[in-house]
Design a protein around this ligand. Structure first.
Ligand code: SAM
Length: 365
């Protein structure tokens, strides 16, 4: 059912949006269901703490983050050097050896997991163990011979270190810089920038949906070079899909790619926005997350209206209430966002797909 279509970057252009910084706007009229962006992560790293056993019921391939079978089967490969990282197939392991689990990454992670580094890490909040993974995963950006544009792109992202980040950066620098090759330009300031940018710009790749399972947790974080420029709206006109655990062959080797698909038609020049979390959340929760995690107050029409609600109103005619009743997935334990499948031969689809549980429904309207 899925349709793979890499979006041309000409569908979107970057502009300064008053009060929001940079954003992405439609450079031509766009249709509901249209895929406006597909891209691979610039940085991708596991959300599992390096030392503490994960609370997730799942284990993942350490390269593509697909779920591994409970008992390792014949295709699962464990890294013979560290015995700590597993891969869903020989192919994924081979790809990992050239990128996410190169000899250097393997040695750096092992060194962080060994005494006395592990003792030092354990004396700090557990978050440091995940931040250490981020720094190791980003090591290519810090090498002098690495393409400078990626580091420049990264450093231009939103996010400024605060005192807590500077403390974390000082500690992580003392722990990790001895592992870096001499030609790397790793400094406390660069680590602080990395942590600050990651906090505002990374997307979480989630555990698979299960109707009766525990609440889904994040299995990996990814920073996408263009998708990071989508601003937030509480009534978004686009939403994000990923197919990490999809069994569809089209996604076999790009399962950590992000796919941004339009929920409704977007006129030329109009900003394309996503929601930074599930859209059904109430006003106070949205306001808190946007301030605490992203540092801004949302000025969208939905927030303006809901700020004055006392819970007694009949709101069924309001545009955002109609939007939510149409596009929030009603499946148990889900509440994801539903977007139409891509149009075929310019004919819009009346099938909606949930970006969280993968459910399909016919749009009766
Ligand atoms: C992932 S970045 C999005 C791109 C960003 N505007 C830029 O110029 O790089 C997230 C940041 O964009 C800004 N932002 C996103 N949505 C916003 C909104 N609806 N209102 C105000 N600021 C917003 C906030 O500063 C937020 O921390």
């Amino acid at each position: 059912m899925l349709i793979v279509m890499a979006a041309s970057s000409s569908l979107l252009r970057m502009e300064q949006i008053p009060g929001k910084g940079r954003g992405l706007v439609a450079s031509q009229p766009l249709k509901a269901g249209q895929i406006v962006l597909t891209e691979s992560p610039l940085i991708l790293y596991s959300a599992s703490p390096l030392l503490t056993p994960s609370s997730s019921p799942y284990t993942y391939c350490d390269h593509c983050f697909r779920i591994l079978p409970l008992t390792h089967n014949s295709t699962t490969v464990t890294c013979p050097s560290c015995s700590n990282h597993s891969f869903c197939s020989q192919k994924c392991f081979s790809l990992a050896l050239k990128s996410s689990h190169s000899t250097w990454v393997c040695k750096a992670l092992m060194s962080l997991q060994q005494h006395p580094n592990s003792t030092l890490l354990q004396q700090h909040p557990q978050e440091r163990q995940v931040q250490a993974r981020l720094i190791v995963a980003s090591h290519k950006l810090f090498l002098h011979n690495h393409t400078p544009s990626e580091l420049d792109t990264f450093l231009s992202l939103h996010g400024t270190p605060d005192d807590a980040i500077l403390d974390a950066a000082n500690f992580l620098h003392s722990l990790i810089s001895p592992l870096f090759p001499p030609q790397a330009q790793l400094s406390v300031d660069l680590i602080a920038q990395l942590l600050a940018k990651d906090r505002l710009n990374s997307f979480g790749l989630m555990d698979p949906y299960s109707p009766d399972g525990p609440q889904r947790s994040i299995k990996a974080y990814a920073i996408y070079p263009k998708a990071t420029f989508f601003n937030h709206d509480c009534v978004p006109n686009a939403c994000r899909f990923d197919y990490v655990d999809s069994t569809n062959d089209d996604y076999e080797h790009n399962s950590t790619d992000i796919v941004i698909r339009l929920i409704e038609d977007v006129d030329e020049g109009k900003e394309v926005c996503i929601s930074y979390f599930r859209i059904g959340r109430d006003y106070c929760t949205r306001k808190r997350i946007l301030m605490e995690d992203y540092g801004f107050t949302c000025g969208c029409d939905r927030c303006k209206i809901e700020a004055n609600w006392d819970g007694e109103e009949n709101n069924s005619d309001l545009p955002h209430v109609r939007f939510l009743s149409k596009y929030v997935c009603e499946r148990k334990n889900c509440a994801g966002t539903m977007a139409p499948l891509p149009p075929k031969d310019d004919v819009p689809s009346n099938v909606l797909e949930c970006n969280f549980c993968g459910n399909f429904k016919i749009d009766a309207a």
